[in-house]
Ligand binder design. Structure first.
Ligand SMILES: CC(C)(COP(=O)(O)OP(=O)(O)OC[C@H]1O[C@@H](n2cnc3c(N)ncnc32)[C@H](O)[C@@H]1OP(=O)(O)O)[C@@H](O)C(=O)NCCC(=O)NCCS
Length: 444
C-alpha cells in the first residue's frame, strides 16, 4: 500500500490546474492558497471565514478544548482536577508559566501578586469621577486602560521582566479595581486590600466589609468563588482573548490590550450570557411554566439561555462543576429559588429531541449567574467576576503571541462587494434620490 501523504491536492476547475498543499496539525496555511490564480496578476485565492469559525489564528500551548467530548484542560491538566485540588492563584501560575509550581515558587508567586493589590491613589480619584450609577464593567474598561499611563515601563513588551511584572500587577490589581467599581455603584467607601487573606478572601473583604476591623470571609463562599475563578481562567481563542491578541499585535502595552479584552467581554453575547439566564429563569417564575417556554423555544421564537455553545457539543465540563458548587453556596446563603427552575429545565431539555439532536447542553453560564445572585452580587457585576480570573488567561495568551515569531500585526482580508470606480459629481449635479433610496440610506 502506498504511504499516505500529509498533503492536500486541490484542483482549480477554472483552469484545470492542480496544487499540492502541505498539511500540518490538520490545517493548511491560508497563504498557500494564494498561488491559486487564473491570471498571473490575480491576487490569488483567499478563504472567506466571517467570525473565524474555521480558522486557527495561532498555535498555542495553553488551553485544550475538545468540544465534542466535553473536555477542557489548562496546560494538559483537566479542569475537573484543578477545580477539585487547586486554588485560583496556583491555576493562574499554571496558565501563565506552563507548569504547576513547587511550594517555594508558589509562595513567591503569591507574594509577588499580593504586593500589587494596592492601586495608586490617583486611580481611586479617577474612579470617583465616574457617575454614581456607572456600570462597573464600563468603569473597568476605562480604568484598566488608564493603568498604562501609570506604568509607562509596560511599553517594553519584548522585555521578559517587564512582561512578568505587568502580569503580576494586573492579576494583583484586578480584584481591587473590580471591588472599587462595585463600592462606587453602591455609594460605599472603598476598602483597601487585606493581604493576609487569600486572593478571593481579600476580594470578598474589599466588596463586603463594612465597619468591622477585620473581615472574615465565609470559607465556603471563598472556596466557591475560587472554583469559579479557576473555571474562568482561560478558554482559548474566544472573543475577548482574540481581542487581546489582536490589539496586542500592534505592540501596544498590555494594559491597553487588556482594556480591549474587557470591552469585548462587556458584550451580552460573551460576558453577559449568565445575566440573560437569570433574567429568563426569573421570567419563567415557576416550574409549571417551563413547558410553555420549551414550546416557544422549539417554535424558534426564542432561545434557551445558557444552553448551546459554539465549541461544546456536549455537556460543558464547567457547568457540571458549577452545579455542584451551587449547593455549597446555598448551604451558606440559602437556596436561590431559581435553582429549582434551572434543574427542571435542564431535565426536560436533556430528554427532548429538539435539544438532543442539536447537541444543546447547559454551558458555564447556566449555573454561574444563579450562584453569583445567591452570593449577593448585582447582575451588573457578573461580567466583572468573569474578567478578574480571565486576566491570567489574557496575559498568558498575550505573552505567547509576543514571543511567537510567526505572528505579525493582525490584519484580516476582506471580500470587497461595493461599487466599482466612480467619479466625483459636484453636489448640485447629483440626482435626487428616490424615497426607497433614501430609506435604504437611513437603514445604514
Ligand atoms: C452559544 C450560541 C451563540 C452558539 O451558537 P452557534 O454555535 O452559532 O449555534 P447556532 O446558532 O448555529 O445553532 C445551531 C442550532 O441550534 C439552535 N440553538 C442554538 N442555541 C440554542 C438555544 N440556546 N436555544 C434554542 N435553540 C438553540 C439554533 O436555533 C440552531 O437550530 P437550527 O439548526 O434548527 O437552525 C448559541 O447556542 C446561543 O445563542 N445560546 C444561548 C446563549 C448562551 O447561552 N450563550 C453563552 C455561551 S457561553
Amino acid at each position: 500500500m502506498a504511504m499516505a501523504k500529509n498533503t492536500l491536492t486541490i484542483t482549480d476547475n477554472r483552469t484545470g490546474k492542480q496544487y499540492e498543499l502541505p498539511i500540518e496539525n490538520d490545517t493548511i496555511r491560508a497563504a498557500d492558497l494564494r498561488q491559486i490564480k487564473v491570471r498571473p496578476d490575480d491576487f490569488g485565492m483567499m478563504t472567506y471565514d466571517p467570525a473565524f469559525t474555521n480558522t486557527a489564528s495561532c498555535k498555542s500551548k495553553i488551553t485544550f478544548i475538545d468540544g465534542d467530548r466535553g473536555i477542557l484542560r489548562y496546560r494538559g491538566y483537566p479542569i475537573e482536577d484543578l477545580a477539585e485540588h487547586s486554588n485560583y492563584l496556583e491555576t493562574a501560575y499554571l496558565v501563565v508559566k506552563g507548569e504547576l509550581p513547587d511550594r517555594k515558587r508558589f509562595e513567591m508567586w503569591e507574594h509577588n501578586v499580593k504586593v500589587h493589590t494596592m492601586v495608586h491613589e490617583n486611580i481611586k480619584k479617577f474612579m470617583e469621577g465616574y457617575r454614581y450609577d456607572a456600570h462597573p464593567m464600563g468603569m473597568l474598561v476605562g480604568t484598566i486602560g488608564a493603568l498604562s499611563t501609570f506604568y509607562p515601563d509596560a511599553a517594553s513588551i519584548h522585555d521578559l521582566e517587564s512582561r512578568r511584572l505587568q502580569t503580576r500587577r494586573l492579576i494583583g490589581k484586578l480584584p481591587t479595581l473590580a471591588a472599587f467599581a462595585y463600592r462606587h455603584s453602591r455609594g460605599l467607601p472603598y476598602v483597601y486590600p487585606d493581604n493576609e487573606l487569600s486572593y478571593t478572601g481579600n476580594f470578598l473583604s474589599m466588596l463586603f466589609r463594612m465597619t468591622e476591623l477585620k473581615y472574615k470571609p465565609d470559607p465556603k463562599l471563598e472556596h466557591a468563588l475560587d472554583v469559579l475563578f479557576i473555571l474562568h481562567a482561560d478558554h482559548e481563542q474566544n472573543c475577548s482573548t482574540n481581542a487581546m491578541r489582536s490589539v496586542g499585535s500592534s505592540q501596544v502595552d498590555p494594559y491597553s490590550a487588556t482594556a480591549a479584552a474587557v470591552a469585548a467581554l462587556y458584550g451580552p453575547l460573551h460576558g453577559g450570557a449568565n445575566e440573560a439566564v437569570v433574567r429568563m429563569l426569573t421570567e419563567i417564575g415557576s416550574v409549571e411554566r417551563i413547558p410553555e417556554l420549551i414550546k416557544q423555544v422549539k417554535a424558534g421564537e426564542r432561545r434557551l439561555m445558557g444552553f448551546g455553545h459554539r465549541v461544546y457539543k456536549n455537556y460543558d465540563p464547567r457547568a457540571k462543576i458549577l452545579k455542584k458548587a451551587a449547593y455549597e453556596v446555598f448551604e451558606v446563603t440559602g437556596a436561590n429559588p431559581l435553582i429549582k427552575i434551572a434543574l427542571e429545565l435542564e431535565r426536560i431539555a436533556l430528554q427532548d429531541d429538539y435539544f438532543v439532536s442539536r447537541k444543546l447542553y447547559p454551558n458555564v453560564d447556566f449555573y454561574s449567574g444563579i450562584i453569583y445572585q445567591a452570593m449577593g452580587f448585582p447582575t451588573a457585576m457578573f461580567p466583572v467576576l468573569f474578567a478578574i480570573p480571565r486576566t491570567s488567561g489574557w496575559m498568558s495568551q498575550w505573552a505567547e503571541m509576543v514571543r511567537d515569531e510567526e505572528q505579525k500585526i493582525a490584519r484580516p482580508r476582506q471580500v470587497y462587494i461595493g461599487e466599482g470606480e466612480r467619479h466625483y459629481t459636484p453636489i448640485d449635479k447629483r440626482p435626487v434620490p428616490t424615497m426607497r433610496e433614501e430609506a435604504v440610506a437611513e437603514e445604514i
